[in-house]
Design a protein around this ligand. Structure first.
Ligand SMILES: NC(=O)c1ccc[n+]([C@@H]2O[C@H](COP(=O)([O-])OP(=O)(O)OC[C@H]3O[C@@H](n4cnc5c(N)ncnc54)[C@H](O)[C@@H]3O)[C@@H](O)[C@H]2O)c1
Length: 207
């Protein structure tokens, strides 16, 4: 993937109060002279105090936090209109496998409608790069280990996996859709469930 120039740019990070989003925002603010606009709905899937503490650590003149929901198209459009982000990193999502059995709505709203709203906004505003997160759960009940990005992903065993899988499929679909746009797009596959270091695999990039 080519080097992305971040100096002086605005980066929009969704799920910014989350584990990965907050660490990414902190690193961006520390290492680059960029602005970070972060969105999070501060849901109580786990202790909200942890999310508030993370936001506290991010306080900075170059950081703007917006409490809002990815599934609210109006909110997403307003953010793109007002802040004109050059780079969008979509980390806001409803995670968890077991939780999806009792709370399916959260996955449809955040992972499907929310992701769709981000794609649409990227289509209508001059975004240079879009990065978003997938999960090793897309490999479902595959027996073969270690996983490979060439493995089949057509056997999800949870709604979480199915919604993550859909984002990957949409990635393929937007490949043709983005052909006409100057937008580079990549999705990241997080290969760890909070145990040990997170592995990132840059699955593909299109531009
Ligand atoms: N951490 C891991 O081990 C792991 C593994 C595989 C995939 N991932 C993916 O990486 C991304 C980030 O994961 P994380 O570990 O930081 O999760 P996290 O739950 O800590 O962070 C996600 C954040 O998104 C926010 N959010 C959820 N739905 C939202 C919505 N509709 N609108 C706005 N904000 C919303 C939550 O409040 C939360 O703060 C997710 O897409 C997740 O599926 C993470």
């Amino acid at each position: 993937m080519e080097h992305i120039e971040l100096q002086g740019k605005t980066i929009f990070v969704t799920g910014v109060a989350g584990f990965i989003g907050s660490n990414l925002a902190a690193r961006l603010l520390k290492d680059f002279d960029c602005k970070v606009v972060g969105l999070d709905n501060m849901n109580d899937y786990y202790d909200v105090n942890i999310k508030e503490w993370r936001l506290e650590q991010l306080k900075n003149d170059r950081f703007t936090f917006i409490k809002g929901d990815l599934s609210d198209k109006g909110t997403i459009e307003e953010i793109f209109e007002k802040y004109n982000p050059a780079v969008v990193v979509n980390l806001g999502a409803q995670a968890g496998v077991r939780y999806s059995i009792t709370n399916p709505d959260a996955y449809i709203q955040s992972n499907m409608i929310g992701f769709y709203n981000i794609l649409e906004a990227c289509r209508h505003y001059p975004v240079e790069h879009l990065v978003y997160a997938s999960s090793s759960s897309v490999y479902g009940s595959n027996k073969k280990v270690p996983y490979s990005t060439d493995d089949k992903v057509d056997n999800p065993v949870s709604l979480y996996a199915a919604t993550k899988n859909l984002t990957s499929l949409w990635h393929m679909q937007i490949q043709s859709f983005i052909t006409f746009l100057p937008l580079a797009c990549a999705f990241l596959l997080f290969m760890d469930q909070l145990v040990g270091p997170i592995w990132l695999i840059l699955v593909s990039q299109i531009s």
